[in-house]
Design a protein around this ligand. Structure first.
Ligand code: ADP
Length: 331
C-alpha cells in the first residue's frame, strides 16, 4: 500500500512540474509573439522609409499594413490563450480521470483483501470449533448435559458455515439470472416469524415489531425473509451496549414500506451508499471486531432491486441506523 501512495505522489509531482512547464512555455510563446510583432513593425517602418512613403508616426499607426500586423498579432495571441486553456482543461480532466480510476482500483483491491481475510476467518473458525468438539468426544467420556451442550455448539457452528456458503452461492446467483418467484405474503406473519427467530438467536437483544394491518404483498417469500433476517441481524451485530431493534412496516402511496431501526454505531454519511457494494465492510475498529463478509447488504440490495424496490440507509434518532425499504404493490 505504501508503494501505491508513493507512486501517486510521484505522479502528482510530475503533473505539477508539467503544469508549471506548460504555463512557462505559454508565457514564453506570448512574449515571442510580442517580439515578432515589434520586429515586423520596425521592418515595416524601415521599408516605408526606404520607399519614402513614411510621413509621420500618426499616419503610420493609421496605415493599413500596420493595422494588419496588429490584427494578426491579436489573432495569434487569442489562439495561444484559447488553445492553452483548452489543453490545460484537457490535462486537468485527464488527471482527474486517472486519479478516480486509481482510487477505485485501490478501493477494489482493499475490498478483495478484506473479503479474503474475512472469508478465510469465517470459514476457518466454525471448522476449527467443530474439529475441537469432535476431538473432545474422542478423548473424553462426557456426561449427557455436557454432551448436549457441545452438540448444540457444533450445530450452531455448522449452521454458521452453511449460512456463509448459502450467501456466497446466493450472491453469485443474484448477479446472473434471478427473477423472484412471486407468491402472496402476509407481512404481519412473516415479520412475526423473523422477529421470533431472531429473539431466540439473540436472547439479550430487545427486538420489537410494530404491528400494522397491510394488504397482501406479492413477492418471493424466501427473498423477503432473507432481507429481514440480514437487516435485523446487522442491527443487533452493529449495536454496542443497547441492543434495541425496531421493525416497522406500513402501506402508503401504492407501496409497502419496511423500516429496521437500531440504536447502534450508525453508518457515516459518506459510506451510506457504499455499504451495499459486494464485500464492502466499513474500515472502523468495531466492524473489524465483528464477524462478517460484506455480503449481507449486497444480497439485500439485489433482492430489493429484483422486486423493483429501493433501499436506503438513514440515520436513526437519537442514534444508530435506520434501513428503509420501499417495495411496489405489484411487480
Ligand atoms: P457484514 O455485516 O458481513 O460486514 P453487510 O453487507 O451486512 O456485511 O454490511 C456491510 C457493512 O455495513 C458492515 O460491515 C457494517 O460496517 C455496515 N453496517 C451494516 N448494517 C449496519 C448497521 N445496522 N449499523 C451500522 N453499520 C452497519
Amino acid at each position: 500500500m505504501e508503494s501505491v501512495y508513493r507512486i501517486k505522489w510521484i505522479f502528482f509531482a510530475a503533473t505539477a512540474y508539467m503544469i508549471f512547464a506548460f504555463a512557462w512555455w505559454t508565457i514564453l510563446l506570448i512574449r515571442k509573439n510580442e517580439d515578432a510583432r515589434e520586429a515586423k513593425i520596425e521592418l515595416l517602418q524601415l521599408g516605408m522609409r526606404t520607399e519614402q512613403i513614411y510621413t509621420d508616426s500618426l499616419a503610420f499607426i493609421r496605415s493599413a499594413r500596420y493595422n494588419e500586423i496588429n490584427h494578426r498579432y491579436d489573432r495569434q495571441k487569442d489562439m495561444i490563450w484559447e488553445e492553452g486553456i483548452f489543453i490545460f482543461l484537457g490535462f486537468l480532466l485527464g488527471i482527474w480521470f486517472i486519479n478516480e480510476t486509481h482510487n477505485k482500483e485501490v478501493a477494489l483491491s482493499n475490498q478483495r483483501r478484506n473479503f479474503l481475510l474475512s472469508i478465510t476467518h469465517e470459514l476457518k473458525s466454525p471448522l476449527a470449533s467443530i474439529q475441537l468438539i469432535l476431538q473432545t468426544f474422542l478423548k473424553r467420556k462426557l456426561e449427557k448435559p455436557q454432551t448436549d451442550k457441545l452438540i448444540h455448539s457444533a450445530l450452531s457452528e455448522s449452521d454458521r458455515l452453511n449460512q456463509l456458503i448459502n450467501n456466497l452461492l446466493l450472491s453469485a446467483k443474484l448477479e446472473t439470472a434471478y427473477t423472484p418467484q412471486l407468491e402472496d405474503i402476509s407481512l404481519e406473519v412473516l415479520v412475526d416469524e423473523i422477529v421470533e427467530k431472531m429473539k431466540t438467536k439473540f436472547p439479550n437483544a430487545n427486538i420489537v415489531a410494530e404491528k400494522a394491518v397491510v394488504p397482501v404483498f406479492s413477492g418471493e417469500k424466501l427473498g423477503i425473509a432473507s432481507i429481514l433476517l440480514n437487516l435485523v441481524e446487522n442491527a443487533v451485530k452493529y449495536s454496542k451496549d443497547i441492543i434495541d431493534v425496531r421493525v416497522r412496516y406500513y402501506y402508503g402511496q401504492d407501496k409497502f414500506h419496511i423500516e429496521i431501526a437500531d440504536q447502534g454505531i450508525g453508518v457515516p454519511d459518506k459510506e451510506k451508499k457504499k455499504i451495499f457494494e459486494k464485500f464492502y465492510r466499513l474500515g472502523n475498529e468495531y466492524t473489524r471486531q465483528t464477524k462478517g463478509t460484506g455480503l449481507g447488504l449486497f444480497i439485500v440490495d439485489q433482492i430489493v432491486k429484483a422486486h423493483k424496490g429501493s433501499i436506503q440507509a438513514l440515520d436513526n434518532h437519537p442514534k444508530g441506523s435506520l434501513f428503509k425499504i420501499s417495495l411496489p404493490n405489484r411487480l
